[in-house]
Structures are given as C-alpha cells and as structure tokens.
Design a protein around this ligand. Structure first.
Ligand code: ADP
Ligand code: MG
Length: 243
C-alpha cells in the first residue's frame, strides 16, 4: 500500500465559497471533503452510474499524487495544457512510508500511471512499446501497454480500462493488476466491469447519490446483479426498452 486515506484540505474560506459549485456538488466529492476515503486494500475499484463522479475522483487522486492530469506515466510531463483541478490541488493523502517518499519527493520519484479514458489511446501511443502500435488494434495496443508499462510499484489510476478489451484481454488485465499489487503497487480503478471487480481481495467502493460506500461483489453490487439477470433472460430487460 502507498496511500491509506485521501482527504480534502480546504481553508474555511475556500470551503464556504466552494459549497455550491462543481465539483463540490457531486455527492462523492462532498463525502470525500467531509469524511475522506479510506483505502483498505491495494486494489480499489470505483463503481457507479454514469455521472456519479468516478472520473472526477480518479482524476483528483491522480493529480494529488502527482501523476500528470493528461494521463500517462509518472515523472514525465507531457505537453499538457490542462488546468490543475481545484479538487486535485486540495486533495491530501495519509501515506505509508514508501508512499510518502513518492508523494513528497521530487516528481522523478513518483511511480505509477494515470489512464484517463479520453486520452488513453494518445498517451499509450506515445509510450515506447516493443511492438508497433500502429499495426495493432486498439485493444491489443492497450493490453501490450498494460503488460509493459504497469510493472513498478507506484500508484496506478485507471479510468474504465476495460473499454477496448475483449473478455479474455480483460482477464489478462486482471492478472496484471494482481501482479502489480504483489509487487507493492496500489491501484485505483473506475470500472463498469463485473469481471475486473471480481478480483479477490479487492475493495469495491460504490459511488452514487449516497456518496461513497464499500460493497461486496457477490450480493451487493448492482452491476453484477444486472449482468447476471440480463444474461439469464435478456427479455426481462429488453421488453422495457424495445416496443
Ligand atoms: N469539468 C466539469 N465541469 C462541470 N461539471 C463536470 C465536469 N466534469 C464532470 N462534470 C459533472 O460531474 C458529474 C460527475 O462526472 P464524472 O466524474 O465524469 O462521472 P462518471 O465518471 O462517474 O461518469 C457529472 O454530473 C458531470 O456532468
Ligand atoms: Mg467517467
């Protein structure tokens, strides 16, 4: 583990001013600002409906840790012109000894990767890989990048990495995440994947109107329940959508 808790450090003044503007209006961000977010396992999945705030959280965690907000490897600044986000700047960590050395030290000591959904292809295309990414499909390129770039202990913040991946590629990614945690890395991954979230020992944090709460894969996770029921009987859902 590198970070054990994330919280928000805002002056009273800033807190009063920020109250009714984005991102403080997003329930999970409000919860982060009042209670913080504890990391109880080396791999944490963020799940929840579209618009619930997973990307907002992921981006702030990456930025707070010092990973480039455009996405990409730690310790290397891409020509990103992104404004630092208010939340990313206000976020703080309770870190382990190893984590503290990365967060507090110079940028070159940071280790990790931020895979942002919108820029993933661009960033991974720039990563030097042993294969030729132009000749690979989207998914193949992603998988190769995961295998090659996700090795060092560091913070890996991934936003819906499953998007381009087939079932078996997704399983491979799960293997990569497992290797990462075995090597001392920490992963925070926003996802809709029932496959990834099944990683044993991972913590699942559900983000929503309620804020944030820890849930079990087996009997509490809505996305798993929906997939199970859909695959058993698609018509139960489709009759509400079609005709
Ligand atoms: N830059 C922004 N400015 C204002 N609102 C935003 C911005 N980015 C996201 N939002 C809003 O914040 C909420 C959470 O978005 P997001 O974190 O992208 O959700 P998710 O990743 O869970 O789908 C949404 O209501 C979204 O419209
Ligand atoms: Mg998102």
């Amino acid at each position: 583990m590198l970070i054990e808790r994330a919280y928000v450090d805002l002056s009273e003044e800033a807190r009063a001013e920020s109250g009714d503007s984005w991102p403080w209006t997003v329930p999970c961000v409000r919860r982060l600002a009042t209670d913080g977010l504890k990391f109880r396992a080396p791999v944490t999945f963020l799940v929840g409906e579209n618009g619930s705030g997973k990307s907002t959280l992921a981006e702030a965690l990456a930025e707070g840790f010092g990973l480039d907000s455009y996405g990409g490897s730690a310790g290397y600044k891409y020509a990103s012109s992104r404004e630092p986000s208010v939340l990313g700047q206000a976020i703080r960590f309770d870190a382990t000894a190893v984590g503290r050395r990365m967060v507090r030290g110079p940028r070159t000591r940071r280790r990790g990767f931020f895979l942002r959904a919108e820029t993933a292809f661009d960033v991974l295309g720039r990563a030097r890989l042993s294969g030729a990414p132009e000749e690979m499909s989207h998914g193949e390129g992603f998988l190769m990048a995961f295998r090659e770039k996700f090795r060092q202990p560091g913070l890996y913040v991934l936003d819906e990495p499953e998007a381009a991946l087939s079932f078996s590629s997704c399983l491979e990614l799960l293997g990569v995440l497992h290797e990462l945690r075995r090597g001392g890395a920490q992963v925070v991954c926003a996802t809709h994947s029932p496959l990834l979230t099944a990683l044993p020992g991972a913590e699942i944090v559900e983000v929503g109107e309620h804020g944030m709460r820890s849930v079990e894969w087996d009997d509490e996770l809505a996305l798993v329940d929906h997939w199970r029921r859909y695959l058993t009987d698609p018509r139960a859902y489709l009759r509400h959508i079609i005709d």
